[in-house]
Write a protein that binds this ligand. Structure first.
Ligand code: MG
Length: 259
């Protein structure tokens, strides 16, 4: 019987399709500026901001490029540590939380929770399903929790929230799915995964032994040989789908025998 539903975050629970056009390079430089100012205020002489910002953008690109090859997750804190270490700032044993807090994780204008999500999550919880989030973020989860709060989706709706940065690997690596299942105390056949990305979410969850549901978005790229167990255009379709797959799940009844 189903006991848990795991969700990807971006373009699954929160909708990026209406976001304002944003200059990401300028955005990340602006975030970095606050950290740069903190480091300067600590008394460390740094090169001009533009020099450090160019290095930061380059190091972030390299971190993601390597991560996409190895599936070892990049981490914003590690990138910042490496960036400032090369300018003589001592990093050993340093708590990076103040830097990460200064960097921040603001909601991009136009990003919102998909409108059906709060009701669907409430219904799933009402029927005693455990909920989780597994996101390929390079921020630690507490930063993304801040975004959820700002978006009006209380993080504690989700008994488990896993950011790749914290776990150490990116989806589709099986370890991040196993981490989530263990955190929720369920077996793979007791959970379904919902995500928009066929390669990371659907193929990864299926390889970890879960049924995988694709949230179809206009941006979704086809991936050869990856077939979701179901595809939905709204998470409201999740409830009838669970009724079909797990008859009686709303009452905690035993599943129908397979013919
Ligand atoms: Mg996604």
């Amino acid at each position: 019987m189903i006991k848990a539903v795991l969700f990807d975050l971006d373009d699954t629970l929160i909708d990026w399709s209406q976001r304002e056009e944003i200059d990401w390079d300028a955005f990340h430089r602006q975030r970095l500026r606050t950290v740069y100012d903190l480091v300067v205020a600590e008394g460390y002489p740094l090169p001009d901001f533009e020099v450090v910002a160019d290095q930061y953008v380059q190091m972030t690109m390299v971190a993601w490029a390597e991560a996409n090859q190895t599936l070892e997750a990049p981490h914003l804190g590690r990138v910042l540590a490496a960036l400032f270490r090369q300018h003589g700032v001592p990093i050993n044993g340093r708590d990076l939380t103040p830097w990460l807090r200064a960097y921040g994780s603001p909601v991009i204008p136009g990003v919102r929770v998909f409108p059906e999500v709060p009701d669907v999550l409430a219904m799933l919880r009402q029927h005693h399903l455990r909920l989780g989030i597994v996101t390929n973020a390079y921020q630690p989860m507490w930063m993304r929790d801040g975004e959820l709060v700002a978006l009006g989706l209380p993080p504690d709706l989700f008994a488990l929230r896993a950011s790749a940065a914290d776990v150490g690997v990116l989806k589709p690596h099986p370890a991040i799915f196993q981490h989530a299942l263990e955190g929720l105390g369920v077996r793979p056949d007791e959970a379904v995964f919902v995500g928009d990305n066929l390669a990371a979410d659907v193929a990864g969850a299926q390889r970890a032994g879960m049924r995988a549901i694709q949230r179809v978005t206009p941006a979704a790229a086809p991936v050869p040989d990856v077939r979701p167990d179901a595809a939905v255009h709204s998470l409201a379709e999740l409830l009838p789908l669970l009724d079909d797959w797990y008859p009686g799940w709303r009452n905690g009844a035993t599943p129908r025998r397979q013919p």
